[in-house]
Design a binder for this molecule. Structure first.
Ligand SMILES: NC(=O)c1ccc[n+]([C@@H]2O[C@H](COP(=O)([O-])OP(=O)(O)OC[C@H]3O[C@@H](n4cnc5c(N)ncnc54)[C@H](O)[C@@H]3O)[C@@H](O)[C@H]2O)c1
Length: 272
């Protein structure tokens, strides 16, 4: 049975831990860490089989684990990612936006080769990455339009310099159009989806991003269009938010659980 360590005990981390505890994932959760001790304690209290709470993130990878699951923050990936691989553990990353920093990407990518370990990036809140991966060399254009309720966009850095007033939007309005690299700094909350798409396909400077505010929606919708010499693909994903954390889509959590379940099982693997 695979041994798992968890870095980050919030919405996603908790659901992953519960999936292991209930037997949905055939693994043993042995160690957890969160910079908030309260978050670690709250999580452990919910579990029948109690993992050890470690005092710092590096103590996760010094234990005999197979994989460490990051569900914390971009900073956590930057601080701990390399040492996880150096300690010969696989790594699953949810805070994918960290990898749009080219130096972080290169360091972790080289470490995978040097230490013969793998980084897993679940598809998160989108779908269709299997197809885009297959046609990568034939891809000519790649675009994503994300539509959210204005309240889900509040607080983004974009509004520090824009004259758009989210409270006055009364119908569907496009508020941003640019590259994934630009979107990353202006809309950090959308960063994971744009980052995943660009890492899969054309890179962050050639992946186009539109962000639309719609006061009449209760979903986070992502519409992806990919085209090239292979033909064309379009995907529309209409996500309901997780009831415990409206910033995170239910699909992102389910996709993380499925990626870890697959890692921990010996079975026929479906999909590219
Ligand atoms: N890939 C995707 O599609 C996708 C989707 C949703 C969320 N995410 C990302 O996954 C991560 C977790 O999401 P969540 O909804 O569980 O968030 P959350 O806020 O519910 O939980 C995050 C937890 O991590 C802890 N944490 C933060 N920084 C830390 C650090 N440096 N070291 C240790 N612990 C730290 C926090 O204390 C918190 O308990 C976030 O970075 C989020 O952006 C990715």
């Amino acid at each position: 049975m695979k041994r798992v360590g968890l870095l980050g005990c919030g919405s996603i981390g908790t659901q992953i831990a519960l999936a292991i505890d209930s037997g949905k994932i055939n693994a043993s959760l042995t160690h957890v860490y969160d910079e908030s001790k309260d978050a670690s304690i709250t999580l452990v209290e919910k579990l029948t089989t109690k993992p050890t709470i470690v005092e710092n993130p590096h103590l996760l990878s010094s234990n005999p684990l197979d994989i460490i699951v990051e569900a914390a923050s971009q900073d956590a990936v930057k601080d701990v990612g390399l040492s996880v691989l150096q300690n010969k553990k696989d790594l699953m990353i949810m805070s994918v936006g960290a990898l749009l920093d080219e130096s972080v990407y290169d360091i972790l990518s080289d470490a995978c080769k040097d230490f013969k370990k793998t980084i897993y990036l679940p598809s998160g809140a989108i779908a269709g990455l299997d197809g885009i991966k297959s046609v990568k060399s034939e891809l000519e254009s790649l675009a994503i339009t994300t539509t959210k309720h204005p309240r889900s966009l509040k607080g983004a850095k974009f509004f520090e310099t824009s004259e758009i007033d989210l409270d006055s939007i009364s119908s569907k309005t496009m508020i941003f159009e640019g590259t994934a690299q630009e979107a990353v700094s202006l809309f950090p909350a959308n960063i994971n989806v744009a980052a995943l798409l660009s890492l899969t396909g054309l890179g962050s400077n050639k992946t186009k991003v539109k962000i639309v505010a719609d006061p009449n929606t209760d979903k986070n919708t992502h519409h992806i269009e990919a085209s090239g010499s292979f033909g064309k693909m379009t995907f529309t994903i209409e996500n309901f938010p997780d009831p415990n954390n409206p910033k995170t889509s239910m699909l992102a959590i389910l996709s993380a659980i499925e990626t870890l379940r697959k890692y921990c099982s010996d079975e026929i693997q479906i999909g590219t």
